[in-house]
Design a binder for this molecule. Sequence first.
Ligand code: MTE
Ligand code: MOS
Length: 772
Amino acid sequence: MSTRHESAHLHVSGRALYTDDISLPSNTLHAAFGLSSIAHGRIRTLNIGPVQSFPGVFAVASAADVPGENNYGSAVPDDPIFAPGLVEYVGAPIFAVAADQYITARKAAQLAQVDYEPLPAILDIRAALAANATVLPPQRLLRGRPHEMLAEAPHRLKGTVHVGGQDHLYLEGQIAIAVPQEDGAMLIHSSTQHPSEVQQIVAHALSKHANQITVQCRRMGGGFGGKETQPALIAAAAAVLAHKTGRPIKLRLDRDTDMVMTGKRHDFLADYEVGFDSSGRIMALSVMLASRCGYSADLSGPVNDRAMMHLDNAYFLENVEIVSHRCKTHTVSNTAFRGFGGPQGMVVIEQIVDSIARALGMDPLAVRRRNFYGTHARNVTPYGQIVEDNLVHLIVDRLVESSHYRERRRQIAEWNATEPPVRRGIALTPVKFGISFTATLFNQAGALIHVYTDGTVLLNHGGTEMGQGLFTKVAQVVATELGLPLAAIRVSATDTSKVPNTSATAASASSDLNGKAAQAAAQTIRERLTQFACEAYSVTATEVTFKDGQVFIGSQQMSFAELVQQAYRARISLSSTGYYRTPKIEYDKSTLRGRPFFYYAYGAAVSEVAVDTLTGETRLLRVDILHDAGRPLNAAIDLGQVEGGFLQGVGWLTSEELWWNERGELRTHAPSTYKIPTARDWPPQWRVELLEGRPNSEDTIYRSKAVGEPPLMLAISTLLAIRDAIASCGSARALPDLVAPATPEAVLRCIENINAGTIVYQAALVGEEAGL
Ligand code: MTE
Ligand code: MOS
């Protein structure tokens, strides 16, 4: 059902309330952080005197002011709220100051005198690998005999794939408001994907119990994974100041501070060796995967696990070894970002497949097809999960036809053969993305539904709204179950005092999880009402139906509200909780084996680009997408997720460059220097469709599929289309050494290299056919 977003009218008219818009008590103070200016070092002395004496300042809090645990790390407790004496990145919070005005707090925060004893800083992945600096132990995924098979393979290729990080650039920055309540309790308004974690971290920081802390979030202005763990820091710092002053504290990061001090997508590098036969079939693959985790673990464990488990993408890798290093650097601690490591893993294999095709002089699509998972055989992933409902063949076949891939590829080759300064390129890439939290325990959800005597419904569930349309979808489920118009359902702010112990709204699984939980709650209410109607009107349950706000009871008809009033008078409970846990999944994270995912979501995209070989600028000319959302809960919202996810991926792979200088200072800390895509970057020609007629083969809510993250990875087609255009500048079988993001500088560098003939297949080839 393609209804509009439940808040669309508020979004477009500016009346949607975000955390920054909440009316504040008149005694509220505004806070700002004081940050480390060096990448690594000890604080010899911290003089906050000038901060404290600045007019308008009420209080300063540093590590010594945290009554409980000075930590906001959840998976691993290695993230101090305030640096306890050691700073490990430029931007590490050292203290926070509360003042009567926001601007006062920000000015005062600059006045602290910090004397550091500098220590050597590790600033990139290679340096961390050399120093063996890690935040977590390495992981290894092995299947078959990759090393023996590499030796036997007729063709081998070695190379390195670089893929950059990404800032979330949610339009609404990080923010929290902490409001002290009676008897030591605290109310927190937080822009968070994970209210329960904020609740826990604040409780621990203040040395209070969970039942004293309430966290609310009506909506975020985007999260994209950046508000999974980071908001706990903001909320905890606000709570510490609120505790110290006894007054409400609002802590909002300005954009530059947000970009400097909060975690981002991990950049990765992969050194690989692949063995293949003359048909392009991959016989063996060995990959050393390393990522920049920053100074602490945060979510780097599961992010890197997911990278390993998506390095196969849609391809059957019979003999494979992936060794994953979680590198420690003295930069901001990287975190969740749409796709959660999956996109980085998939970029690696897609570049390898592309190189195999170029080395053999084949169409990359042919090499892709040669290696796709089968539908009956060759369908087990390296981690042991059977790919049960493989839609890759179907989707790719349909997309090849509908996009006219073959004809266009031919035309592009003809165009490029005339050696024009503006080259064109085309690529088709598939997506197979596993749905579920890899940590099995998080795959649970709760909901709470109240029916009032006027027949309206208030819905609450554990998920959070960040623009992705979750609240709309879950409301649709409740409306469907109770036979009510959508207008009868109101979704209230996510609130830890209504649904407890929730998981983060993440892993794209929130409509699967909360939709099912809300369905269970609605069904309980419907069953109670049905039973009441049976007794009151002497009918059987099959004679009671709920439809269009009406209830049909035998030959009678009444409004839902009328039945509800009768049930209320008869003392029937009109409130219910609902609970859901995902079936079938089981997974051992120490061995990386089992069935981590309930199912897979699929898709494919064809990108066509133009590359100006004189300036390195690129332009996306056309995209064709066919994406699998099962039987969509809301096709309009799902198409929005596909389009938005795709373009966010294009930004990641083509224009968004994070650049730290040799002192570890992030120099791209505002939209002036960090270029996200805009409406102008949407291609002039596009066709985005959802796969029809393929409901989820698993019993998800109305047989839908998760759609939040998978479309981001469709953008890999754009990167490879650029690579395709660049390849036309080189000799036959040349392998463009294109890094991501493919900024104009990177593209020009790659064109220069390829013209110099430095990177061609012959040079990279090892084995018996060397010199081919
Ligand atoms: N869409 C919008 N508009 N804003 C967002 O912040 N986050 C993405 C995706 N789509 C996001 C979004 C991420 S990272 C995830 S995990 C999912 O939405 C989370 O929501 P879901 O589980 O309801 O799909
Ligand atoms: Mo999404 S990265 O799982 O919040």
